[in-house]
Design a binder for this molecule. Structure first.
Ligand code: ADP
Length: 310
């Protein structure tokens, strides 16, 4: 079983408007409300791949119940910790080819809830093969919270894929708790090393050779339309992908994480893992819906992706 962790999930609300008018009333006909958050996107793609998974994290209030019902309707197993605070809404207003987002910060996690979740996750990890950790930390949790979860997994010999950015990621890299995989995009990698990183192989290889990444088995840098660049132990790979028409690239990184998790769970070659991860990212970008892939096109796409050792 793959354990997917979403510490700050949301109800994603999308409003479609011809035009957004400020300082007046906007009435909206086309509305969608779905369980959201990066870890839940990972869960949806894993479910579409028919992987055995369990979604966990913090949920509270009526919006927490709404998310649980949504996951059940999608046939996704879940075991979240109930908290006193209210799960958040995140609103995206799609208007005249633009997207305006209003993102709530989310509930505050108490110290007691934070401790309780470590026990909860530890029990779930016993039955898991690997764990994915996605997204930002909600208010109340210390920046080393992901490092604590990774320590629990390390103690049980379980693999971890970490997809977060900023101080939470830096804290993990500086700690002794090492994830199996991190998956920054180019902007996140640049933020991490404190300077802009170019997308060419020589620059990426030089950056990933830094001591900061020592002890992490896989570093997979996703490069949007330019594919990806990866380091696995002492091997470096460039992933080249074909040009394609993109509908909505939001959530492509989460589909990539699902591909990495599914590949690690069944133990495939480096080339196969990188191709699968990119194919799923691309399939997500070809869909309107975030965290959804059309698998009918998977095998054909796999043949068009090239992995070259650098
Ligand atoms: P994130 O969503 O984390 O920022 P990326 O945008 O790099 O991650 O996307 C993850 C993967 O999805 C890429 O490595 C690539 O395989 C695929 N992808 C994303 N955007 C595009 C695009 N515009 N064209 C083709 N593939 C894309």
């Amino acid at each position: 079983m793959i354990l997917t962790v979403t510490l700050n999930p949301a109800v994603d609300i999308a409003y479609q408007l011809e035009e957004l008018e400020l300082d007046t009333v906007n009435r909206v006909q086309a509305v969608s409300k779905t369980p959201g958050g990066k870890g839940l996107n990972v869960s949806r793609v894993l479910s579409e791949l028919d992987c055995d998974l369990l979604a966990t994290g913090f949920l509270g209030g009526s919006l927490g119940s709404f998310i649980q019902e949504g996951l059940e309707a999608a046939g996704i197993k879940h075991d979240f910790l109930a908290i006193a605070g209210q799960t958040r809404n995140c609103i995206a207003i799609l208007h005249a080819k633009q997207q305006t987002e209003i993102l709530e910060a989310g509930p505050n996690i108490s110290e007691q809830e934070a401790q309780q979740f470590l026990k909860h996750a530890s029990a779930l990890l016993e039955q898991a093969e690997l764990m994915t950790l996605s997204g930002s930390l909600p208010a109340g949790l210390p920046t080393n919270y992901y490092a604590k979860l990774i320590s629990l997994a390390n103690a049980l010999g379980k693999q971890v894929i970490l997809d977060c950015s900023g101080p939470a990621l830096l804290e993990v890299l500086r700690s002794s708790a090492k994830p199996t995989v991190i998956k920054p995009n180019l902007a996140e990698l640049s933020q991490l090393v404190g300077q802009p990183v170019l997308a060419d192989s020589a620059s990426l290889k030089a950056v990933l050779s830094q001591e900061l990444f020592a002890g992490i088995d896989w570093v997979i840098v996703t490069l949007g339309a330019q594919g990806a660049f990866a380091k696995h132990a002492d091997n470096y790979y460039r992933v080249e992908i074909p040009k394609m028409t993109v509908l909505n690239p939001v959530g492509s990184g989460d589909a990539t994480v699902a591909g990495i998790a599914a590949s690690l769970a069944c133990g495939v070659s480096d080339h196969e893992l990188l191709k699968t991860a990119n194919a799923l990212g691309m399939l997500n970008a070809q869909e309107k819906r975030t965290g959804h892939v059309e698998l009918a096109n998977f095998a054909q796409l796999m043949r068009t992706i090239q992995v070259k050792e650098v």
